[in-house]
Write a protein that binds this ligand. Structure first.
Ligand SMILES: *[C@@H]1O[C@H](CO)[C@@H](O)[C@H](O)[C@H]1NC(C)=O
Ligand SMILES: *[C@@H]1O[C@H](CO)[C@@H](O)[C@H](O)[C@H]1NC(C)=O
Ligand SMILES: *[C@@H]1O[C@H](CO)[C@@H](O)[C@H](O)[C@H]1NC(C)=O
Ligand SMILES: *[C@@H]1O[C@H](CO)[C@@H](O)[C@H](O)[C@H]1NC(C)=O
Ligand SMILES: *[C@@H]1O[C@H](CO)[C@@H](O)[C@H](O)[C@H]1NC(C)=O
Ligand SMILES: *[C@@H]1O[C@H](CO)[C@@H](O)[C@H](O)[C@H]1NC(C)=O
Ligand SMILES: *[C@@H]1O[C@H](CO)[C@@H](O)[C@H](O)[C@H]1NC(C)=O
Ligand SMILES: *[C@@H]1O[C@H](CO)[C@@H](O)[C@H](O)[C@H]1NC(C)=O
Ligand SMILES: *[C@@H]1O[C@H](CO)[C@@H](O)[C@H](O)[C@H]1NC(C)=O
Ligand SMILES: *[C@@H]1O[C@H](CO)[C@@H](O)[C@H](O)[C@H]1NC(C)=O
Ligand SMILES: *[C@@H]1O[C@H](CO)[C@@H](O)[C@H](O)[C@H]1NC(C)=O
Ligand SMILES: *[C@@H]1O[C@H](CO)[C@@H](O)[C@H](O)[C@H]1NC(C)=O
Length: 770
């Protein structure tokens, strides 16, 4: 994917605005507006934010090689406030698809976006804010379909089976006046209105062709330029500027990596961090917590900081009855609509703890994020421990922070403090972890919810190969959460459950030591070689790399109890990274071979291992010896043989942390290794540190991984990407252009920026390990 980035801080654009009703009356901002422009054809993304509004615009215009059944002229305006937006589909009038190009162009009113502001009526309510821009059509165009309200309503149409909700669509008012045409829709809350307005600009106004006309509900534009303005009067969030997203020690990052910092800033608000733009412009539990764990070294701390925004947003949304952490929230117009479906007359936010999707699981990969997730609960104590215990600022803030009264955003939690909700959620973790602590059988491992095929980060139809018992949750997330709960209890943060100070660690030790064996896969050398040879013969046009397999291949199944009665889903994978990153296990008999095999698998080239020229892939089906693996885990599958940015970051950081256990700060300089000096360090040095073959193998894997990360630096801010094998190389390719695996409805429109793909702001190569 070739992404072109332009970034600028505009000196007070508001003042330069010539157009009448737009930004004149806007309160002055002390900081300049920040804008970011990202092109990933056929998409042009523009971000505009100042102290009054944050908006993203996405313009799609067909390219010569575009599939016209998927790509047409489309303009989306998206606001993090209320997860709201407007979506407009255009068509060439009287000529075939592909003959109309649209663009937003720089002008006196914006470059290309400028702010819109009109004072609240009555005063005290929310002002109407948004953006304006010059919209250019190169041919006569019709606006055939507009969706005004929630991003979720737009996604229902774009990603679902073209689902439109007539009760929302029919309330759009089409108004023609002497300046142009407007579309307005009052939300179901009866308070908020989304407004679009179009009027001729520049040469269009003097050109008899350059007219915008309304006929019934179709708007027609002559070729030319129009001022488009889009606004909502919904309360805006409090944006965290690049400076206030980063901590004091990391402020220079805003200058060193301005585009990353600007993207992070656009996704960061003092109320919550957003998961991705434009499709996930709202709270997502897993995404924000994984991002915060990786970004913690650079994120701002203290009151009103990014760290507190993430943890506070999660605690605010915990289900007070059973302690479940909210996966995705429903806010704005979609919340009122969802409430109305349940017969409630309310605009209160809701949370998806349970499956609420109206689609079948085969419709679309992205839709599956609506299903209940079982991993999210375990990230919360880990993140709380990192901030409220390990971070000195967080530690000082801990009692005040946990004493915050909930209910401001989620009325269902009124009367509870965030500390109460943390406790309720940790009680859930302790409750779910207890059966396996008592009796280490497969039946007591954590499973996906009944009837689901997804429930952790590999949340697409084939992500776990139908597996019911995921590897990451059981071997890493549960024990890490338990360790964290123990530390939180010892720090006095769970006064009602003091006995967790020792009990949680007892649980953790059992979960650390007794879960890996359920997932272990061992394939003797000759068998492994013949498996990759036969895989390459039918599924991969390059070399099998069988020669690189010099001993038995070991890895852990991505899940247990897969489809087609598989007891283990024998797909080699990157989920080792969770244990590396989240746990300091002490059982050397397990840790040494675990690190060694993880290193081997990272170093070997696909299909013998996980490495490709395009990066480390998250799943390798070559050792499965069953056609269902190869056919479902493809280069076109969301969690197939593809590369995820944050997995690279977590693996790199995880290996670095394990290597770091071989050093003591006191007598040795950083980078020098302990050799059998167990008594002088606080915790015993792991045995692998003094086993040269393993230690250097891990270090080698670390460097192989970093060489590949550096070679793919252009991709790192994207969510996921894939490859094609051409002329002896794995060549990077957007996932969206490859066919989806059989049975999956359509391909995903990747978010141009995803929160957890910005984690390389904090994850850097440790030069001591070169
Ligand atoms: C043109 O595009 C529209 C909208 O995407 C679609 O409904 C229509 O079928 C297309 N027409 C042709 C001839 O492909
Ligand atoms: C408008 O742009 C499209 C796509 O680039 C092109 O095919 C078409 O010929 C253009 N139309 C005019 C009238 O220039
Ligand atoms: C539009 O304006 C932006 C911001 O000033 C600038 O970076 C960009 O190059 C301009 N684009 C064009 C096509 O002139
Ligand atoms: C879009 O509107 C034009 C003009 O009214 C019409 O000819 C065309 O069929 C419409 N397309 C769709 C997909 O409704
Ligand atoms: C909005 O107004 C309609 C019509 O008066 C009413 O039926 C509905 O309950 C109101 N909705 C809310 C959320 O107040
Ligand atoms: C507008 O709608 C009316 C009634 O629905 C119909 O009679 C008329 O033909 C339509 N006009 C156009 C230009 O499509
Ligand atoms: C309007 O003016 C712009 C430049 O100012 C030009 O690129 C565009 O082609 C013109 N459009 C028409 C329809 O004349
Ligand atoms: C919270 O959990 C309880 C118990 O599992 C459940 O009945 C309830 O529906 C959940 N609340 C929401 C808002 O989903
Ligand atoms: C917690 O907050 C309440 C008010 O919300 C206050 O009365 C109480 O003293 C606070 N407790 C602590 C320990 O800070
Ligand atoms: C909160 O407390 C008030 C007063 O004690 C009570 O009226 C209200 O129902 C409580 N709300 C919840 C959500 O428990
Ligand atoms: C792909 O996976 C599905 C569901 O996990 C399974 O039912 C199917 O058998 C697999 N596909 C093939 C071709 O085996
Ligand atoms: C693991 O130990 C290292 C020091 O060796 C420490 O920096 C790190 O925080 C520990 N990680 C966890 C998850 O306890």
């Amino acid at each position: 994917m070739r992404i072109i980035i332009q970034l600028s801080l505009l000196a007070s654009l508001g003042a330069a605005t010539s157009d009448a009703y737009l930004a004149r009356s806007a309160p002055k901002c002390s900081d300049p507006a920040s804008t970011l422009s990202l092109t990933d054809l056929p998409y042009h993304n523009y971000f505009y934010s100042d102290c009054n509004v944050a908006t993203q615009a996405v313009v799609t215009t067909p390219q010569q090689d575009s599939d016209l059944s998927i790509i047409g002229p489309r303009l989306i305006i998206a606001w993090p406030a209320g997860d709201s937006g407007a979506c407009m589909f255009f068509e060439p009038q009287g000529s075939p698809n592909g003959t109309l190009a649209i663009e937003l162009v720089n002008s006196t009113i914006g470059a290309p976006l400028g702010p819109v502001y009109s004072a609240p009526k009555p005063p005290g309510k929310s002002p109407s804010v948004g953006v304006q821009s010059v919209l250019r059509f190169n041919a006569t165009a019709t606006l055939n379909l507009s969706i005004l309200g929630s991003i979720r309503t737009i996604r229902d149409f774009v990603e679902g089976p073209s689902l439109l909700h007539p009760e929302l669509q029919d309330t759009i008012k089409f108004i023609s006046d002497n300046t142009g045409v407007s579309l307005q829709r009052t939300w179901l809350d009866n308070v908020t209105t989304t407004k679009l307005h179009f009027k001729p600009f520049g040469n269009s106004s003097s050109n008899s062709n350059g007219q915008v006309r309304l006929s019934n509900k179709t708007v027609t534009f002559g070729a030319g330029d129009y001022i488009m303005s889009a606004s909502i009067n919904y309360p805006q969030l409090t944006a965290l500027k690049p400076k206030s997203v980063l901590n004091t020690a990391s402020k220079t990052l805003a200058a060193e990596q301005p585009a990353q910092a600007a993207a992070l800033s656009f996704l960061s608000y003092s109320e919550k961090l957003m998961a991705g733009a434009w499709r996930f412009l709202t709270y997502f539990g897993r995404d924000s917590m994984i991002s915060a764990l990786l970004l913690e070294p650079v994120l701002s701390d203290g009151q009103g900081s990014a760290m507190e925004a993430v943890i506070g947003a999660v605690l605010e949304r915990v289900n007070r009855t059973d302690g479940t952490v909210c996966h995705e929230e429903t806010v704005g117009d979609y919340a009122t609509w969802t409430n109305a479906q349940k017969g409630l007359n309310s605009s209160a936010m809701g949370c998806d703890y349970k499956m609420v999707s109206t689609y079948s699981s085969s419709t679309h990969v992205a839709i599956l994020t609506y299903f209940q997730q079982i991993d999210t609960d375990y990230f919360l104590p880990v993140l709380m421990e990192r901030y409220l215990v390990q971070n000195p600022v967080g530690k000082k803030r801990s009692s005040t922070f946990l004493n915050t009264t909930a209910g401001t955003i989620n009325p269902a939690n009124a009367n509870l403090t965030w500390g109460d909700l943390a406790l309720i959620s940790s009680e859930r973790v302790m409750r779910l972890a207890r059966p396996f602590f008592l009796d280490q059988t497969k039946a007591n491992l954590i499973r996906l919810n009944e009837g689901e095929v997804v429930g952790e980060w590999r949340d697409s139809t084939y992500g776990l190969g139908g597996g019911q018992i995921p590897y990451d949750v059981n071997t890493a997330l549960v024990p890490a959460a338990l360790r964290a709960i123990g530390t939180l209890a010892r720090s006095g943060l769970y006064p009602k459950q003091r006995h967790w100070s020792t009990l949680a660690d007892k649980y953790a030790k059992v979960w650390e030591d007794s879960t890996l064996s359920f997932f272990a896969v061992e394939i003797p050398k000759e068998r492994a070689q013949s498996l990759v040879q036969s895989y390459a013969k039918s599924h991969f046009p390059g070399p099998s790399q069988a020669d690189s397999i010099d001993s038995a291949v070991h890895f852990h199944a991505v899940a247990l109890e897969g489809s087609n009665n598989l007891s283990k889903v024998e797909v080699m994978n990157t989920d080792d990274c969770f244990r590396h990153f989240l746990l300091n296990t002490t059982n050397d008999a397990q840790l040494t071979p675990f690190l060694n095999q993880s290193a081997n698998n990272i170093k070997r080239t696909f299909p013998a291992g996980l490495m490709t020229d395009a990066g480390m892939i998250v799943a390798n089906p070559a050792f499965g010896n069953d056609p269902i693996y190869a056919q479902n885990f493809t280069t076109g599958a969301y969690h197939g043989t593809v590369i995820w940015s944050w997995q690279l970051a977590m693996m790199a950081k995880g290996l670095e942390m394990q290597l770091g256990r071989c050093e003591v700060q006191s007598n040795f300089s950083v980078g020098s290794r302990i050799r059998g000096r167990q008594n002088s360090v606080p915790s015993p040095v792991p045995a692998f540190c003094t086993d040269d073959s393993v230690y250097y193998n891990v270090k080698d894997a670390y460097n192989t991984l970093w060489d590949s990360i550096e070679a793919n630096s252009e991709q790192l801010s994207a969510e996921v990407w894939s490859w094609v094998y051409r002329e002896g190389k794995f060549v990077t390719t957007p996932l969206g252009v490859l066919p989806a695996p059989p049975g999956v409805g359509g391909q995903t429109e990747s978010n141009i920026r995803q929160l957890w793909s910005l984690t390389f702001l904090a994850v850097n190569r440790n030069e001591n390990y070169r």
